[in-house]
Design a protein around this ligand. Sequence first.
Ligand SMILES: [Fe+2]
Length: 410
Amino acid sequence: MHDSDSVWEFAIADRIAFGNGSVEELGARLAGRSVSTLLLVTDEGLLEAGVVDAVRESIPTAIEVSVFDGVEPDPDLEVYEAALEAADAAEPDAVVGVGGGSSIDVAKVTGSLAGTDRELLEYVAPPIGDGASVPESGTTVVAVPTTAGTGSESSPAAVVSLPERELKVGISSRHLYPDLAVVDPLLTASLPPAVTAASGMDALTHAIESYTTRRYDAKPEPDHPDERPDYGGRTELTDLYAEKAIELIGSNLRRAVNNGNDLEARRNMALGSLLAGVAFTNAGLGATHALAYPVAGENHTPHGVTVAALLPAVMRYNASTAFDRYRTIAQLLGENLEGVSDREAGDRAAAAVEALADDVGIPSGLRDLGVEEGDVPRLAEKTEEIQRLLVGNPRRVDREALEEILESAY
Ligand SMILES: [Fe+2]
């Protein structure tokens, strides 16, 4: 049941191909799109490990393929600019991103902005950039994720790191949705356990935050453009995606981490991650992701590990705003709540997330991530600036509340 009669909208990648072996059909899917030159965007590691071969082999020999393998984790302006230069040289009709969220983000931006003469930063929202609109481009953009976590394959955004400012900023536009997402769970089979665990916890955080974020009609009007929320708010439709994602991730992440060759678990994780990505890129996120940016920026911890360490504390802080939602989360994570009060159920949902993180080997607190107790006030202050995420949090968060959450996640 939904408690609102507001008008909402929903967006998703133009086309999604999902399933084991789906990447083998990529060539056939490109055939109808008059592609004669193609740029593959990936990282060196995936190229060396042979993961990119499966994609390459599916591309007909009539298509001229060039490769940009310079993507690095948390890509900065230099990485994006190098990819754009590669595109200027290759003049591709299609850009195919193969990899984690970083490669897909770089591919999306490259496909949309190749040939434009603006600086990349101009497309970033103020106050960092000018918030210029990303133009519609004729280049076909294909996203082929090799991890199950970021949701970038069906998102309208790309993240750019500005390491000298210990900051990550986003470029967001409806023109950044990939034209085609090819989600082939077999590509995730060789992911090491630690990456499977971290990306899986990121996907779970996307699902839980989008399930508990503010309703579509309940986000406050921003006082300032910088406070405009990233996405609209939860709706009947995002709830369906989020619930299914929580269930799939909760019952498959342990299996996928313990045995990478468990193809059923891999398939369910790839699906759960995709659904969670669709949920949060419509509903929005909350305080967990807001806090994660400064924490990861200062401590250089992987995004998935960072959100996993913060999520239970944020859930406990938020639970009083919608006990029924936290009760459902606990049930979807397999908790038996017979005779359990609503208030207690919120705690059980947070404990279920902690147990999952612990079982897949993710550090349970900020201390293990290198955060010092004295860092808390500064981290809270930096987080308070990320209003575009905080406005989606179901319970109001001010500086003091952020400090309280950080203390309890310590
Ligand atoms: Fe995330």
